[in-house]
Design a protein around this ligand. Structure first.
Ligand SMILES: Nc1ncnc2c1ncn2[C@@H]1O[C@H](COP(=O)(O)OP(=O)(O)O)[C@@H](O)[C@H]1O
Ligand SMILES: [Mg+2]
Length: 372
């Protein structure tokens, strides 16, 4: 089959129209066809650059198609009413502007003391001690970028910030931005900032920031090109000082992919490295995630903590959970229930590699040092 851009464009449009009307099955078919079309176009592209751009576009369409699956499931199982899906562009943004008040606090987060201190200084104390902040000219509000390997507690910290200052918490996920908000991204960013500013205190959390704010020069998608400048503009429009607090917290596992303009000094007040847990933090994680389970006498947190060097918080939580599987299954099978022992933990550890590769850590360190 020879394909043309016209065919591609027709399929893509049909896909997006179906998507917006809530017909996710049809949308998926069109989007997959459009993506295949784009892949063929990529193969016959004249330059490697064009080829790469085509491939990226195809990948975005595939992501959107995957999202259709999830949404179709959600509609089918009644988690989302189909009618709610239809109105993406309406004046009432309440269906997607969900704010919550998180219940996670700093005490639930193991370690990361330097991160907590920096956040206390920049985002928490200025609100809890407004008089002092005024006296010393400490600014309130602004933006913080949390970067570091996956599973180190960035999402947790963002929630904890909102909890600590009793703020409404708005989450913007890049995946959501790219799919649900196709075509209306600018209006939706506007609405988001307007809603957040109307609250006495709010935290806007942009998760997976790298997906949303890629370096413009590498970027092929027009959604991106329109979204990037707007986020920058909204960031610039932050009110400094006063009671109305609007904090912007970005998190990314790939800080080096962010647009340079976003990283420029003055944009984010702080870029904070959220790294792998040190020994005391790992110990605390064991207390949190393993300490609440029945443990045999041969389980000692000290040696276990040493074995867990290089593992992330998410890894450690998973290991703690999996260690309970064997005794649980045995007990379900009719054996006398027994506590988790050292052998259970070793068995899990042998099967579980740290999710963060040491080579990646070098990249984070470099970014922490020189911002590239
Ligand atoms: N410092 C930490 N203290 C306690 N739990 C943690 C920590 N870091 C990670 N975890 C566990 O791992 C899970 C994933 O962490 P998350 O905040 O989503 O990581 P990130 O956003 O950095 O990828 C958390 O829900 C929590 O269970
Ligand atoms: Mg996260």
């Amino acid at each position: 089959m020879t394909v043309s851009f016209t065919t591609f464009d027709r399929l893509k449009r049909k896909g997006i129209t179906s998507y917006k009307s809530g017909d996710f099955l049809a949308a998926k078919t069109y989007l997959v066809d459009a993506a295949e079309c784009m892949i063929e176009l990529a193969e016959s592209a004249k330059s490697p650059e064009t080829q790469r751009q085509h491939e990226e576009l195809a990948a975005e369409l595939i992501d959107l198609a995957k999202d259709c699956d999830a949404r179709h499931d959600a509609v089918r199982t009644g988690r989302v009413k189909q009618s709610e899906q239809e109105d993406d562009s309406g004046a009432d943004a309440s269906d997607w502007l969900v704010s919550e008040k998180p219940s996670i606090g700093f005490e639930d987060i193991a370690g990361l003391e330097n991160v907590k201190d920096e956040i206390r200084l920049k985002m928490i104390y200025p609100f809890s001690h407004p008089e002092l902040a005024k006296r010393y000219g400490i600014a309130t509000g602004g933006g913080v970028l949390l970067f570091g390997p996956p599973g180190t507690g960035k999402t947790m910290i963002a929630k904890a910030i909102a909890h600590e200052i009793d703020a409404a918490f708005y989450v913007v996920s890049a995946a959501q931005m790219l799919s649900k908000w196709v075509g209306e991204a600018e209006q939706n960013i506007r609405k988001l900032f307007v809603a957040a500013k109307a609250q006495p205190r709010s935290v806007i959390f942009l998760d997976e920031a790298e997906a949303l704010v890629p370096r413009r020069k590498q970027d092929s998608s027009s959604v991106m090109q329109r979204v990037v400048p707007q986020i920058l503009q909204e960031l610039e429009g932050f009110e400094r000082g006063g009671d109305n607090a609007l904090l912007f917290v970005g998190a990314t596992n790939k800080p080096w992919m962010l647009d340079e303009a976003v990283l420029r000094p003055g944009r984010f007040d702080a870029k904070i490295y959220v790294g792998l847990p040190d020994a005391p933090a790992r110990f605390r994680m064991l207390e949190i995630y393993l300490g609440n389970k029945p443990l045999a006498d041969d389980v000692e947190f000290g040696p276990l903590c040493d074995r867990l060097e290089g593992y992330s918080g998410a890894d450690i939580r998973n290991i703690a959970q999996q260690a309970a599987h064997r005794p649980f299954m045995e007990a379900v099978g009719g054996k006398e229930p027994r506590p988790i022992n050292w052998a259970d933990l070793l068995a899990v550890l042998e099967q579980t590699k740290p999710s963060v590769h040491p080579a990646d850590l070098v990249r984070y360190d470099k970014f922490a040092q020189d911002g590239t």
